[in-house]
Design a protein. Structure first.
Length: 264
């Protein structure tokens, strides 16, 4: 899953693709270099980010979704927690909703996903939108993945109750969202504990700040997040993860293809 943020403030690529022409060109490039899914986001959820209005999110996203209709062969996933944004994007050709709140922020989202027979990524997070990255520690850091599993199971129940088939659901443990670095590591070590949910698993670690903390790199030190991301992607794939959400599509495509070849 290739990341394309049409935002001015995303932590890694904010502002680079705010211009629709550049965003459309980047989307086609991501497909050409190996993305199987394009994940398009109009609002940053990085630490310290400020929520934008629904109208602003639509203004950023819709020209891109509409322009890519018929041009992109891979599915478009729209990264949003707002049901009306999802409705408009799905109506214009997107096929997947990637909801960082797993239906917590907008109770109408499940109905929209069901109405359009879309796929959905249910991502684990904690707290309100403005509190995603200021949560207290998990109740049991030694069983962080168990708490993630229980929360995701509740979200899955909501999806199934809304008529969304299980075959349309992907789960994401939400690395870095409401989790300290050691808690994110604990989840990454124990991804197999999510297998009882019997849904495809997506993991997104790309360029996240916990990697810098794990590598003990100071905030002012020169740093390339590529290698730390590669380590987390490799670990996830070797544990059976089905989808990895990344910025560096070409490099991670090679990594995943070689790992798959070794494991087959």
């Amino acid at each position: 899953m290739g990341i394309l943020n049409v935002t001015p403030d995303s932590f890694s690529d904010g502002g680079r693709y705010l211009d629709p022409g550049k965003a459309i060109a980047r989307a086609l490039e991501l497909e050409a270099i190996g993305a199987d899914i394009l994940d398009l986001g109009g609002e940053s959820s990085r630490p310290g980010s400020v929520p934008i209005s629904e109208g602003e999110e639509l203004r950023r996203l819709m020209p891109i979704v509409e322009a890519l209709e018929g041009k992109l062969k891979v599915p478009i996933s729209v990264d949003t927690y707002r049901s009306e944004v999802a409705r408009r994007a799905l109506g214009a050709g997107a096929q997947v909703v990637n909801d960082i709140s797993a239906f917590r922020f907008d109770p109408s989202m499940a109905g929209v996903v069901q109405e359009y027979r879309a796929g959905v990524v249910l991502m684990h997070s904690r707290g309100a939108r403005e509190e995603l990255h200021t949560q207290p520690p998990l109740n049991d850091a030694n069983d962080a993945v168990g708490q993630v599993r229980d929360d995701l199971q509740r979200s899955m129940g909501q999806a199934l109750a809304a008529g969304i088939p299980k075959s349309a659901i992907v789960i994401d443990p939400g690395i870095g969202f409401g989790k300290r670095a050691e808690e994110s590591l604990s989840v990454l070590r124990n991804l197999g504990a999510l297998s009882p949910l019997e849904c495809p698993l997506l993991v997104g670690t790309s360029r996240k700040s916990f990697i810098r903390k794990v590598a003990r790199i100071g905030p002012d030190a020169p740093y390339s997040p590529l290698w730390g991301t590669a380590a987390t992607v490799a670990s996830a794939v070797l544990q059976g993860v089905h989808i990895v959400r990344v910025h560096d599509v070409q490099e991670m495509r090679i990594l995943v293809d070689v790992l798959d070849a070794i494991a087959s």
